[in-house]
Design a protein around this ligand. Structure first.
Ligand SMILES: Nc1ncnc2c1ncn2[C@@H]1O[C@H](COP(=O)(O)OP(=O)(O)O)[C@@H](O)[C@H]1O
Ligand SMILES: N[C@@H](CCOP(=O)(O)O)C(=O)O
Length: 292
């Protein structure tokens, strides 16, 4: 059995820990077989090939939730670079949970997601759902609650330009710089932007979506981890983007607009001018996890 879990853009502007969108590429893939213990082999981007791999953590978590003995052998084709801001740990965690679910014959979404969140907790110290959940369901997802699991999905088809610099921002570090509290005016501003963004997504109003790609809850405190942010954002806007912001906790950034190839190239060139190599591409809203 093969399981594919797509990369994701979490937060998506003002939706910290709540909004997330699956993207068509890249993704993680797991081939799974029943086994008497838990083993993993990894090809592609470098991640641990032992029990600390979040795919194994998630698979073990599902077995434990169900009180099952035994385990699975997984071969992970790691297509999403770790510490990228593209939901790398989330995709592997989900792939491991779905792989274990297929072996155990489990179809309960809530159990699968609970297990996958244990992988996220292991990777970043936080069981945030805005990578795992859009990677599972696809499209654009809004998390009302994790337990009980209440997710709202918008079936939007949105093209995005993505840039991924050759630097790392571990999610765990990006969460450590967050404040315990935020000013009321910032909370109200995010509420205004997030609720407006949902309507703009439903109408596929790209200009309004772009204008709303901002955040007062996390980005102001994380920008010190991303000194390149303003230059890359300016390059994207000058190339015609309607809006641009960080993907997840970074360093990846994404933009919406019309001429996205030029926008992606401009963001990549902005990094190069700062001496940072970066890859860039155009993709669009992805479907969720697949198994075959
Ligand atoms: N299968 C895996 N995929 C990604 N990261 C993994 C995996 N297994 C363990 N890790 C560890 O999790 C951390 C990456 O998590 P994180 O910073 O959240 O990446 P991202 O922001 O891309 O999701 C790294 O320390 C990495 O070594
Ligand atoms: N809401 C989380 C999202 C982390 O996304 P990632 O792709 O960087 O793992 C956060 O902002 O901490």
């Amino acid at each position: 059995m093969k399981v594919y879990a797509p990369a994701t853009i979490a937060n998506f502007g003002p939706g910290f820990d709540v909004f997330g969108m699956a993207i068509e590429k890249p993704g993680d893939e797991v081939v799974v077989k029943e086994c008497d213990n838990f083993r993993i082999e990894v090809i592609g981007h470098k991640v641990p090939a032992d029990g600390s791999n979040v795919a194994v953590v998630a698979a073990k978590a599902l077995f434990k939730l169900l009180g099952e003995e035994g385990g699975v052998y997984m071969k992970l084709k790691k297509g999403i670079r770790p510490k990228s801001g593209l939901g790398s740990s989330g995709a592997s965690s989900l792939a491991g949970a779905v792989a274990a679910a297929k072996v155990l014959g489990v179809e309960d979404d809530e159990l699968i997601i609970r297990a996958a969140l244990e992988g996220e907790r292991a990777a970043s110290g936080s069981p945030h759902g805005d990578n795992v959940i859009p990677s599972y369901y696809g499209g654009f997802t809004i998390i009302e609650s994790i337990s009980p699991l209440r997710v709202h999905r918008i079936d939007v088809e949105l093209k995005v330009a993505v840039v991924l610099p050759e630097v790392e921002v571990p999610t765990s570090e990006a969460r450590k710089v967050l404040p315990e509290k935020v000013p009321l005016k910032d909370a109200v501003k995010n509420l205004a932007m997030a609720s407006s963004l949902v309507l703009a997504l439903r109408e596929e109003d790209i200009e309004t979506i772009g204008r709303l790609l901002d955040d007062r809850l996390a980005l102001p405190y994380r920008k010190k981890l991303m000194p390149w942010f303003d230059k890359v954002r300016e390059a994207a806007l000058n190339a015609g983007a309607y809006g641009v912001t960080v993907s997840g906790s970074g360093p990846a950034m994404f933009a919406v607009g019309e001429n996205l190839r030029e926008v992606a190239k401009a963001m990549g060139e902005a990094f190069e001018e700062m001496g940072i190599r970066a890859e860039y591409w155009v993709t669009k809203t992805g479907r969720g996890a697949k198994w075959f």
